[in-house]
Design a protein around this ligand. Structure first.
Ligand code: ADP
Ligand code: MG
Ligand code: ZN
Length: 484
């Protein structure tokens, strides 16, 4: 196989921790970062003789996702035990779903380099998270924290249809945006509330049959989704080039070394001996519940982005940034509803607001409300405040200085739109600078900038620029018969 003809095929298995107050089968807390082994009970620590009770909120969250992604929802799904041994799995099995998952089909929609793409999904199912091994390399010691054991997860499995590492990373970004927009997962790759296993194989371009794949784990950022896959594709490509074969295996991404390495296998045989979970009844989804959840679905980030572009003529970049977080988009649209012009609002939200927020999700709690921003932008629109001073006013509003109008009044920041006053300044400046006037009249048009600067300085930057320009030209060109 010549390496040039090889084409990558990628499929993602994504795990998302659902934002519920308690674990999926018991009442233990789910919050991240508690001291090890403090969120534990007989159920999630795998004591004998206890029974799991399904968390209804977790089911609702998973259904929200399935509805948002357009999956077919199974009205009766089933939990299954996935048996394997690992120290972080106290029961010796994970409760998951197997041959009757909650939802099948659907797709993640995204835009890649301006082109709409649809990444088809295989399935979405519910399961419980395992605990966490804390390895202390220096002391050659491993400890187990079971706080995470039993935290609800959805697993989202894509079809092997992703064509490039960049598309894989974008799929993750789109999924994260949807999860956060739905309010069902905080999507933190670093802390592991959103995780991605990337499967990749190569095949001759145009071939239908899939090549042997490897699965790359331990990817904890969007950048690494792309880099790990790029590396793995190169590794496989060079194997084929040397006439060797790719071995189906799980490999770990090592971000420090920038490569993947085979993982100490924990379940080489892939024989999980799945069997139906005897302690949980089938999960039956009522139509009424689906109806309610459908009605509660928010507008999804991509749809909102496209709508803002369509309705307001916003550039793609603005629209994408504004719809990155639901709260930010809400802020922007509330400013519009209060009368703010779209372009100016977009630029203020992207520039002034975002620069001052640690997290765009806090937009609606910002010290400057969307309505207050709209008031400020109305002053700019009407020419009473210059665009430049508007930023200063915004900064004062942020510090609790009051409304735009009040600040502009108190600080004397209103733009000078009194033609007579500006004209007086123009006359004075022209008289004071005969040399520059001569240059201008000799055809040096650039000297106009000098005069603008002089009048602006004299008026503390407050002269209405359009008016100033007009008056300057009138006097520079006009007085002596437009002699240029
Ligand atoms: P496994 O049994 O190893 O878990 P699955 O068939 O369940 O494999 O698929 C797991 C993930 O791997 C899915 O996202 C799927 O799209 C992807 N996948 C399966 N086969 C391939 C392949 N040959 N190349 C790339 N991705 C693949
Ligand atoms: Mg699988
Ligand atoms: Zn518990």
């Amino acid at each position: 196989m010549s390496a040039r003809e090889l084409q990558a095929v990628i499929g993602l298995e994504v795990h998302a921790q659902l934002l519920t107050a308690s674990k999926i089968f018991c009442g233990c807390e789910t919050s991240f970062g508690a001291p090890p082994n403090t969120h534990l009970c007989p159920v999630c620590s795998g004591q004998p003789g206890v029974l799991p009770v399904l968390n209804a909120r977790a089911v609702e969250h998973a259904l929200r996702l399935a509805l948002a992604l357009g999956c077919r929802i199974r009205r009766r799904s089933r939990f299954a035990r996935k048996n394997y041994f690992y120290p972080d799995l106290p029961k010796g099995y994970q409760i998951s779903q197997y041959d009757e998952p909650l939802a099948e089909g659907g797709a993640v929609e995204l835009v890649l380099e301006g082109e709409p793409r649809r990444v088809a999904l295989t399935r979405i199912h519910l399961e419980e998270d395992a605990g966490k091994s804390l390895h202390e390399g220096a002391r050659n010691l491993s400890r187990i924290d079971l706080n995470r054991a039993g935290v609800p997860l959805v697993e989202i499995v894509s079809e092997p249809v992703i064509e490039s590492p960049a598309e894989a990373a974008e799929t993750m970004r789109a999924l994260r945006a949807i999860l956060r927009c739905l309010g069902i997962c905080d999507g933190n790759l670093e802390q592991g509330s959103l995780r991605c296993d990337a499967n990749v194989s190569l095949r001759p371009r145009g071939a239908r049959e899939l090549g042997v794949k490897t699965e790359v784990k331990n990817i904890n950022s969007f950048r690494f989704v792309q880099r790990a896959l790029e590396h793995e594709i190169e590794r496989q490509r060079s194997l084929y080039e040397r006439g060797e074969v790719v071995v189906q295996e799980t490999r770990l991404w090592d971000a420090e070394r920038g490569h993947t390495a085979p993982m100490r296998s924990k379940e080489e045989a892939h024989d999980y001996r799945y069997f139906p979970e005897p302690d949980l009844p089938p999960l039956v989804i009522e139509e009424a519940l689906l109806e309610r959840l459908r009605g509660e679905l928010p507008e999804l980030p991509l749809a909102r982005r496209l709508r803002l572009m369509r309705e307001l003529g916003l550039p793609e970049l603005d629209a994408a940034e504004l719809t990155r977080e639901r709260e930010l988009a809400d802020y922007f649209e509330r400013a519009l509803a209060a009368g703010a012009p779209a372009r100016a609002a977009a630029s203020f939200v992207r520039g002034e607001l975002l620069a001052r927020l640690d997290d765009a999700r806090g937009a609606l709690a910002a010290p400057v409300s969307p309505e207050a921003l709209a008031e400020l932008l109305a002053l700019v629109e009407s020419g009473r405040v210059s665009g430049k001073l508007a930023k200063e006013i915004f900064a004062r509003m942020w510090q609790g200085g009051g409304s735009a109008e009040a600040i502009a009044r108190a600080e004397g920041l209103f733009q000078e739109s009194d033609a007579a006053a500006i004209e007086a300044e123009v006359r004075r400046v022209i008289e004071a600078n005969p040399a520059q006037l001569a240059q201008y009249r000799a055809g040096k048009g650039k000297v106009l900038g000098f005069f603008i600067g002089q009048v602006m300085r004299a008026t503390g930057g407050k002269a209405n620029p359009a008016l100033l320009n007009q008056l300057l030209r009138k006097h520079l060109d006009g007085d002596e018969g437009g002699g240029k």
